[in-house]
Design a protein around this ligand. Structure first.
Ligand code: NOJ
Length: 785
């Protein structure tokens, strides 16, 4: 790639901007080479075999004598869905002491938003717009998970998601590749710490490579039909950020892009990821995805599927049992596969070596550490801080929030209010319902002067298993059933109150894997409840609990105040109470747009202008739905505060910048209220005229700033033209092209609340080797009188 760019440079005299991507892959170490040289073909294949030691919600349940024998015979390289220092220590002992070559095992699990101390779900954490916080939560997850013996997590999920019908939006950082890339880096750093060999560090997995969030129709596992530009500009950048951050592993995605499943995609995995990006970590398939190549219709037999995955660069077979059954035969039939097998084994052994497993195989499986590490007061405190910082105030007409002292009778209405299970979110590792501090007791504690009543409002009923995920988990979702008695009691409670807290949204199991829905509004039972409660005329604060954007136009219209609380983890209740009572001003911002209707998905604020940009005026024919306004229900970056902020003095360090230069953007933000609060200062850009049409807005910087009453701060961002480059796939395999011309700069409180604008000019053309949205914008703040 770099060589090609240099040749192009010589021909076109463009400036090449930015360093080459990651350093060239290291040679395998002496130890790894020695080991490889001593391995039989079967032992090599065994290293590529990842076996479930249990199920996600029944860890270790498949660990039996037969599994241990397979370890002894060197047939297993890794287990997933296992945990517990004692169990893992024993498994590791069998591998290290009783197998011929003593190669230690990798132990993986989906430790996604906490291990025992459950933090807010990833989409919620993304709403904090706080990379340092996100890094800390990942660090704590690593400390706890490694104390239980794990050395590998299948996280972060870095899939960009613009379709809220897709249930897995809950697992990622939302719709924006810039925010997504920054939070990817934060998570990888948190999981892996300063050295992977540290026994509190866990191997991070950037997943699912790539385009998984672009599933057509928002249907999980479905095809992604994405243009080359969108792939490079939107879906790939967070993976590039993961490579740069040193993520030890990547997981290929279930989906295909234009008919080529990522489980067997040499161009993207070997060509781009391994080749151009020099990625030398471990690449694992998703669950059972190698056998599923037959379903995709790109392999006629299991043997062909195994060969295709290996050719495609997949090192380890997660739960497919296919490499172990078929690779030997495939290699006998086609010896050209042997070097690829060796490369895959090297990747596995190198990951084990980087984790220090050859030297300290039991370092992470220490029962004493395990007993002391979980859910400590410090971890709980961080969970509360993370939960508070993830809450987004969507609406607050008449400053209904925070709750005033005169509100003596408060009615909490809606069954989600007492659903501590939902607070844990979709991946809960070892999170337990009994560790959750729910809303109602937290409110009673925070508001001792008030009488707090509770009414369920409808009947939540356990549903039959409606889906089985790729990990073999049955659904737990509930049906919400209207119940005249429950509804009447809720209305009665509302009438008897000074203030209603109406808790609605989705049960946790409606989002997550295999949880795609065409209807992303409230259930009929909740709709009826909301209408009846609003009809009482009492002041109503809606508290949303949900894992995806919801299409709730009527509720948004009628309710004076709406607080988005997602699924916030073990400190859910106290954190929501902190915000409701005004102990903390909400500072979260939406990392994903909320549509007005089911049919308005997918959507993004970063759309192209088109030849007929959407206009309010229905007389004109423009790019819009005729039955909906042109705006989202709640915009990307939106979030209110109890404070008010004033933006001023947007200034640039200069008005012109060469392709290889940089430019500083400064703005003053003042808290003009009497309330201490955080503001998230957001920087957007637009290239108004280029060789290709560019999005109307793109996030390129943000900073969450704490301001006491009256305080002002100068916030500075340093931008480089490479961050304005667009993907040009027409030349020489593709390049990032910087084009001379004007760039519009917008700074404000959300994508829909731009306060200041200016323009600068890029004075020369150039090329860059790095995806524009994977380049972090440096920012700084300093007090202003
Ligand atoms: C399937 C999911 O797609 C993936 O994200 C997860 O890591 C594996 N199952 C293992 O649980």
């Amino acid at each position: 790639m770099l060589r090609r760019i240099l040749v192009a440079l010589a021909c076109l005299s463009l400036s090449v901007v930015g360093a080459a991507v990651a350093q060239p892959a290291e040679q395998p170490s002496q130890r790894v080479r020695d080991l490889l040289g001593r391995m039989t073909l079967d032992e090599k294949i065994g290293q590529l075999n990842q076996v479930p030691g249990g199920r996600q919600r029944a860890l270790n349940s498949r660990l039996d004598a037969a599994a241990l024998d397979r370890v002894r015979r060197g047939e297993i390289g890794s287990f997933l869905h296992v945990a517990g220092a004692a169990q893992i220590r024993e498994l590791q002992r069998v591998a290290v002491v009783e197998s011929r070559l003593g190669v230690p095992l990798l132990f993986g699990m989906d430790v996604v938003h906490g291990y025992k101390t459950m933090f807010p779900v990833p989409l919620a954490l993304a709403a904090s717009w706080d990379p340092a916080l996100v890094e800390q939560t990942a660090r704590v997850a690593a400390v706890e998970a490694t104390a239980a013996g794990l050395n590998w997590t299948f996280s972060p999920m870095v899939d960009i998601a613009r379709d809220p019908r897709w249930g897995r939006v809950v697992e990622g950082a939302g719709e924006d590749p810039y925010l997504g890339s920054i939070l990817t880096t934060a998570q990888v750093r948190g999981y892996q710490g300063s050295s992977l060999a540290d026994t509190t560090s866990i191997l991070a997995t950037a997943k699912h490579f790539v385009g998984y969030g672009a599933a057509v129709g928002g249907r999980d596992y479905d095809s992604a039909d994405i243009t080359d530009r969108t792939l490079h500009e939107v879906y790939l950048p967070p993976f590039h950020a993961a490579v740069q951050a040193g993520a030890g592993s990547m997981m290929t995605a279930f989906n295909d892009i234009a008919g080529v499943p990522l489980t067997a995609h040499p161009a993207l995995v070997r060509g781009l990821l391994r080749g151009e990006w020099n990625y030398d970590g471990l690449i694992v398939s998703d669950w059972n995805a190698i056998p599923e190549l037959l379903n995709h219709g790109v392999a006629a037999t299991p043997r062909e599927a195994g060969a295709a995955a290996l050719r495609g660069g997949v090192d380890m077979d997660m739960a497919g049992n296919l490499y172990s059954a078929e690779l030997k035969g495939a290699i006998e039939a086609d010896p050209a596969l042997l070097p690829m097998l060796d490369e895959a084994v090297i990747a596995v052994l190198t990951a084990k070596e980087r984790l220090g497993l050859f030297d300290t195989p039991y370092g992470r499986a220490d029962p004493a550490r395990e007993a002391a590490a979980m859910l400590t007061p410090e971890h709980r405190a961080l969970a509360r801080e993370a939960a508070r910082r993830s809450i987004v105030l969507l609406k607050n007409d008449g400053d209904l929030l925070p709750i005033v002292a005169s509100a003596r009778r408060i009615a909490v209405i809606g069954a989600l209010a007492e659903d501590a299970n939902s607070s844990l979110g979709s991946w809960r590792a070892q999170g337990k319902v009994e560790d959750v501090r729910p809303l109602i007791p937290a409110l009673r504690e925070a508001l001792p002067q008030a009488t707090i009543t509770y009414a369920q409002g409808y009947r939540p009923e356990a549903a039959q298993a409606i889906a089985v995920t790729a990990s073999g988990e049955g659904a737990q979702a509930v049906h919400e059933v209207s119940d005249a008695e429950a509804l009447a009691a809720a209305v009665e409670a509302a009438r008897a109150s000074d203030l209603v807290l109406l808790v609605v949204g989705e049960h946790f199991d409606r989002s997550g894997e295999a949880r795609s829905y065409t209807d992303i509004g409230l259930s009929a039972a909740q709709d009826a409840l909301a209408a009846a409660v609003l009809d009482t005329g009492k002041p109503v604060v809606v508290i949303l609990m949900n894992g995806r954007p919801l299409a709730i136009p009527e509720l948004a219209e009628r309710a004076p105040a709406i607080l988005e609380t997602w699924f916030l983890g073990v400190e859910s209740g106290p954190a929501i109470a902190d915000v409701l009572t005004g102990r903390v001003s909400p500072g979260g911002r939406l990392p994903i747009s909320f549509p007005r209707a089911n049919g308005a998905a997918p959507l993004t604020y970063a759309h192209l202008p088109t030849g007929r940009p959407a206009a309010e005026d229905l007389v004109r024919d423009t790019a819009r739905y005729r039955d909906q306004p042109i705006t989202p229900l709640f915009a990307f970056g939106h979030g209110l505060s109890y404070a008010r902020f004033q933006y001023s003095d947007l200034l640039l360090s200069q008005t012109e910048v060469a392709a290889d230069g940089q430019i500083e953007v400064g703005v003053t933000v003042r808290n003009t209220s009497a309330i201490p609060a955080d503001e998230v200062v957001q920087l957007y850009v637009r290239d108004p005229v280029a060789a290709v049409s560019r999005p109307v807005q793109e996030l390129r910087g943000f900073r969450r700033v704490a301001l006491v009453p009256g305080q002002a701060k100068r916030v500075r961002f340093t931008l480089t033209p490479a961050q304005l480059a667009y993907w040009d796939g027409t030349v020489d395999g593709g390049r990032w092209r910087i084009q001379a011309g004007d760039i519009q700069v917008m700074v404000g409180a959300s994508s829909a609340d731009i306060r200041e604008r200016t323009t600068f000019t890029i004075t020369s053309d150039g090329v860059s080797a790095i995806p524009a949205t994977a380049i972090p914008t440096q920012s700084a703040e300093e007090p202003r009188p």
